[in-house]
Structures are given as C-alpha cells and as structure tokens.
Design a protein around this ligand. Structure first.
Ligand code: 5GP
Ligand code: MG
Length: 176
C-alpha cells in the first residue's frame, strides 16, 4: 500500500524553508559547504545549493559522500557498488559542513558519514539536514534541519522520488 506524504510543491517549500534555516543558523553562506550523501542526498544538496545561489548570490561548494564502505553493518548488509564515488574537491578545514540526506532512520549512516568526513579534514561544525526523519534511532543523532518527521512503524518505509530520475518529486509511505 502506498500513500503520498509530500507532493512536488510541498517538497519545494520544505527545501526553501531549510535553505533559509541554514542561512540563518550560519549567518549567511560564506563559511558553509554542502555534502550530499549518495544518492538521494546529492539531489537535495544540489537543490539547496541552487536556492542559496538565488537568495545570497553565493556559490557554495558541494561535495558527494558515499558511505557504503563505512557502515558498521557492512558485513551483514550486502556491499553496494558505489554509483557515484565520494568526491569532495575542496577543503572542509574550518568549514561549517552541512550533511544532506533524504531519510534519517537509525542514524548509522550519519555516524558513518561523520567518520568518513573526518578523513578529509577538521570542519568547524558538522550539521545535518534531512528531508524525512522516520524515527527508530539507534544512536544519539538528530538533524539540525528536518523537512518532515514521520514516525513510521517497523513495517513502513519511505519512498523518495526525484524528478531527475522519476520525472517528478514525491514522498510516499510504503506499507509492506
Ligand atoms: P540509517 O543509516 O539512519 O538507518 O538510514 C538512513 C540511510 O538509509 C539514508 O541514507 C537513507 O537514504 C536510507 N534509508 C533508511 N530508511 C529509508 C527509507 O525508509 N526510505 C529511503 N528512501 N531511504 C531510507
Ligand atoms: Mg541514502
């Protein structure tokens, strides 16, 4: 069973709001960089980057992080082949790094992303932006910027569609 939780316009408004929250918290765009977590986080980070460019006229550096090899449950989950390998072609030293992901669940990916980031340098801050927080955290991790909190049950999953792949943006609740 599928239920639409967010449509294209609602996702657009959420990303506009998150962009403004990021700019407010960081007092502008001068010291920030965006890191999209493969793959959904990359599309979202690109949208936020474009919105920052529109509002502040600043080109914020955007990097890509694939954390499939850093996950602590890598041995029990099937190793995925990186589709887009990590690519952070700028220094994160002293920066306010905004990690961007589509769905926050146990928090293990975020922990792995922070671990991976530390190999690239020492940021001033790491902040987390997610489109959906579906609960069930297993680590003490929360997002600084949350699109929508959807307290799912264990048999529910979230499907995030992006226009770049699916032709239109939407967020669906999938009941198995
Ligand atoms: P966590 O590591 O917090 O358990 O899970 C978060 C990561 O797994 C994110 O990168 C996210 O893309 C993916 N993920 C976890 N649950 C869901 C879900 O219900 N739907 C989608 N689309 N991705 C999920
Ligand atoms: Mg993901």
């Amino acid at each position: 069973m599928e239920k639409e939780l967010l449509n294209e316009q609602e996702i657009e408004r959420i990303l506009t709001r998150i962009t403004h929250e990021i700019l407010e918290k960081n007092k502008g765009a001068e010291n920030i960089c965006l890191i999209g977590i493969v793959t959904g986080g990359v599309y979202l980070a690109e949208r936020i980057k474009n919105k920052i460019k529109e509002t502040e006229g600043v080109d914020v550096p955007l990097g890509i992080l694939d954390i499939s090899f850093y996950r602590d449950d890598i041995n029990i989950s099937k190793k995925r082949k990186p589709i887009k390998p990590s690519n952070i072609p700028f220094s994160i030293e002293g920066k306010n790094v905004i990690l961007v992901d589509d769905v926050l669940f146990t928090g293990r990916s975020t922990r792995a992303a922070m671990d991976a980031l530390m190999d690239f340098g020492r940021p001033a801050q790491i902040q987390l932006a997610v489109l959906i927080d579906r609960g069930h955290r297993e680590l003490p991790i929360m997002a600084n910027y949350t699109g929508k909190y959807i307290p799912t049950s264990r048999d529910e999953k979230i499907k995030v569609n992006f226009k770049e792949i699916a032709g239109k943006d939407s967020v669906l609740l999938i009941k198995q």
